[in-house]
Ligand binder design. Structure first.
Ligand SMILES: Nc1ncnc2c1ncn2[C@@H]1O[C@H](COP(=O)(O)OP(=O)(O)OP(=O)(O)O)[C@@H](O)[C@H]1O
Ligand SMILES: [Mg+2]
Length: 449
């Protein structure tokens, strides 16, 4: 039987909560002062304390501090009549599980108590994670799926030369990370890695940002300045969002690629550079070429080596490793130690479609860690975060038959999980024999990429 201790100086509140929770099957203790509360706390070791902020003999916050300092602190739900920002923040900072305002809504309190007990249970079942002594390496690309492995191979091949690389992939798939790792593994890793965001700069400034300018080259050029190409030296120049480069700049940049030579704006002597070019885009450059929005000759120059970064939804098998990696990183950065996942969290994450790809996954985990009020990330919490990120659910009317949709759903899930049948069966919630039967029935085969 779970034990609840209620500390409040209003007898009406003590009585009604006592009645309510006793009826629900809890063992309830009540105290109308801080001192009585402390005594009951020592004697009965409750699971949850419902604690009023204003008490006749002490402040709820000091009691909260006392509880948090215990060897095995219970969960504390604070209640107060005051909408006081400072105290709310302080209470949450000190580790209160929840903070509820009066007038009291018993359902709300019951929900908070339920959740607190649940968290407590999981906390107690979860072993304490080992302390980290150094930050995780920010420049590793996590992934064991075939498509990521192929990218690793390509990076290996690129390490011995300066061939230009074009990285294509949707937002948040890891294009910049891949560019950095290519550089870090090259023979010139000790040289600079310079980023140039083609979409961030005002068009008129693009040229001088990229190529640099001489003093007096244009109004406001009071000083000569090196461009990004010059800064990259013998290292790597990363051109982000290359699809946004205006046509006129495309022509000038192509000139540089063809001759390894360029002029600062207003410069009299051409400069040379041997920097490696890595370009990235989330646009379909081939299509832009067809539409006359991107120069074909530049496209061919850039895509000597092309890397397609898959959507996260096309490498769901990487999610567990990514989650582990991000938890290390996040906990290190936030100074927290939340490493455990409630059973079901990975399934929930694997069921999501991830339009924002790996970056979205990382952001969801940051929020989950920040919101966690135990040592464990709960399925509920993940569910809430995902729901609040996608408030509008669109239902599309389709004219497909049910068997057709079943077939398609099974096929895409198989593809996404690299045809790992046991994983697929688990995600779909069916047995492996059933999955095999359906594969045969519908004649499903791996799709060609
Ligand atoms: N495979 C991976 N392993 C570890 N971290 C990853 C991986 N892929 C992406 N990340 C992390 O996810 C975040 C987003 O990645 P990145 O900035 O490289 O994406 P991007 O493709 O450049 O996105 P955008 O097109 O929006 O600029 C970064 O914090 C990056 O370190
Ligand atoms: Mg990027």
């Amino acid at each position: 039987m779970h034990k609840i201790l209620i500390i409040d100086d209003k007898h009406a509140i003590l009585e009604s909560l006592d009645m309510f929770f006793t009826e629900k099957g809890y063992q309830v203790f009540t105290a109308d002062s801080g001192a009585t509360g402390m005594a009951l706390l020592d004697r009965h070791d409750p699971d949850v304390v419902i604690l009023d902020i204003r008490l006749p003999d002490t402040h709820g916050i000091s009691l909260l501090k006392h509880i948090q300092a215990l060897e095995k602190p219970c969960k504390v739900i604070m209640i107060t009549a005051f909408q006081d920002m400072e105290t709310t923040i302080q209470a949450m900072k000190l580790g209160a599980y929840d903070y509820i305002h009066k007038p009291l809504d018993v359902d709300k309190i019951e929900r908070a108590v339920d959740r607190a007990l649940y968290t407590l249970k999981i906390d107690r079942e979860t072993p304490q994670a080992a302390e980290m002594t150094q930050p995780p390496n920010p420049e590793v690309i996590i992934g064991k799926s075939d498509r990521m492995r192929n990218i690793f191979k390509t990076i290996g091949l690129l390490s011995q030369n300066r061939a230009p690389v074009l990285i294509q992939g949707e937002t948040g798939t890891g294009k910049e990370l891949i560019a950095r790792v290519i550089h870090r593994n090259s023979l010139f890793a000790m040289e600079p890695f310079i980023t140039f965001d083609c979409s961030a700069v005002v068009e008129t400034l693009l040229e001088s940002e990229l190529f640099g300018h001489e003093k007096g080259a244009f109004t406001g050029a009071t000083q000569s300045k090196a461009g990004k190409i010059e800064l990259a030296g013998n290292g790597t120049l990363f051109l982000d969002e290359i699809g946004e480069l205006p046509l006129i700049m495309q022509r000038k940049f192509l000139g540089f690629l063809q001759r390894n030579e360029y002029d600062r704006v207003g410069g009299k002597h051409p400069l040379t550079s041997r920097c490696r070019i890595i370009a990235a885009t989330n646009r379909n450059l081939a299509e832009m070429v067809n539409n006359g929005m991107f120069r074909q000759d530049l496209f061919f120059r850039l895509k000597v080596v092309m890397i397609h970064v898959p959507l996260l939804v096309d490498r769901l098998t990487d999610i567990p490793d990514l989650v582990g990696h991000f938890l290390q990183k996040i906990n290190w950065e936030l100074g927290t130690d939340i490493f455990s996942l409630e059973k079901g969290v990975l399934d929930r994450l694997t069921a999501h479609t991830w339009p924002g790809n790996v970056r979205e996954l990382e952001n969801v985990l940051v929020e989950a860690v920040v919101r966690a009020r135990g040592k464990v990330i709960l399925v509920d919490e993940i569910e809430n975060i995902l729901l609040s990120n996608y408030p509008i659910t669109t239902t599309r009317l389709t004219t497909y038959s049910l068997p057709h949709m079943e077939k398609e759903h099974i096929r895409t899930t198989l593809d996404r999980l690299d045809w790992n049948r046991s994983e697929t069966a688990r995600v779909l919630g069916i047995s492996q024999p059933t999955l095999r039967k359906k594969i045969r029935k519908y004649g499903i085969v791996p799709s060609v990429r």
